[in-house]
Design a protein around this ligand. Sequence first.
Ligand code: SF4
Length: 477
Amino acid sequence: MPARTYSVRTFGCQMNVHDSERLSGLLEAAGYEQAVDAADADIVVLNTCAVRENADNKLYGTLGHLKSWKDAKPGAQIAVGGCLAQKDRGDILKRAPWVDAVFGTHNIGALPVLLERARIAEEAQVEILESLDVFPSTLPSRRDSAYSAWVSISVGCNNTCTFCIVPSLRGREKDRRPGDILAEIKALVDDGVIEVTLLGQNVNAYGVEFGDRRAFADLLRACGDIEGLERVRFTSPHPRDFTSDVIEAMAQTPNVMPQLHMPLQSGSDRVLQAMRRSYRAERYLAIIDEVRDAIPNAAITTDIIIGFPGETHDDFDRTLDVVMRARFTSAYTFQYSPRPGTPAADFPDQISPEVMRERYDRLSALQEDISWSVNRELIGTQVEVMLAEGEGRKDAATDRISGRARDNRLVHVARPEAAARPGDMVTAVVTQAAPHHLVADTVASVRATRAGDAWETRQPAPTSGTGVLLGMPRVGV
Ligand code: SF4
């Protein structure tokens, strides 16, 4: 009998993307196969997010569409997990009784059992744990990428930002033991991975659970000792916990990339206080000055919330001022939207959509100018680009391929004459700059990597005798 097939749909942040890799790994360990075409899957898993605007509407809209799919396909099953499942729990079954399994953020490992139980009992199964007992280090994972991997170092958050639903859904911070993390990274490197991104809701608070304030810096340094690991990134740090030992470790560990994504949220101290963010604007700016002193070529990016309840014109001007002084490489700007269950949802002085929109447009225009200006400064410099699959545009007219520079900028590179596969490194000179990408049309060299080899072994056998890769046809493929 052919194996039953599955499809996982992911909503939300990198944490969810990584959780989905685990869900896929668990299902495959239980004998399921990934559906070649998601529409043909026997099981659809929705890994949901509660942070984005209209997340509830999107979930129930998707479930509405899936009802007719399930009605037409005997034996089909639907599972809902992630942050919205943790929040809505049994309500999901009240609104969509055709769902077979609901599991919380701490119950990922239960998915295959819940599906099996639902099938045998012909009754929906719900399993939501309130908190994590131990870090789920041993769950299998089906990585999307052959050359780059997410590695969870902590889950949950001990902060109480008034706009954020994460602490109530992911619980208090749970740290993974350093030995487990390093063992996973070494195994990934043995498997061809050359880039890892360390993941945590508040990644640089790592160690708080086992009482080691230097644990994150030590972890970065330990990553530096892993042979074959070329690029280490992390997301997301909190300014409150961003200490000098972490900056020193970043600067002194060659495979930790010159890049920092650190949420600002607001440039107004009054708003930061209302958000219950414990740093102030000058402290934030002092951290990035220290980072730039230690790592002069660091690309610094951020998140900013526009229109937090009570934000005045003066508060907003302060945010513009910090943005001008910080000169971020890029900024993800969000218009505040109340999340039910968070303190800020009940704050007075919610900002009107018109004011929000006007502020959003002004901030976006300012940041666009800054991004373009800092990118133009790189014209004429050399960048090392790790080619990526499915990244950026497919630029047929100019025959360019895309990847990420060491500082995580998106770069479109002229297609080299030598073979170059996702995971390989191309060194090229930047010839043009735009606000959100660079163009590097003068290729200096191509370096084949183990990651490129790993990518190649994952590809289906070519049907024509010559497998055309990203560069020239590769001899022997
Ligand atoms: S630090 Fe981040 S995850 Fe934690 S409460 Fe604040 S916004 Fe949410």
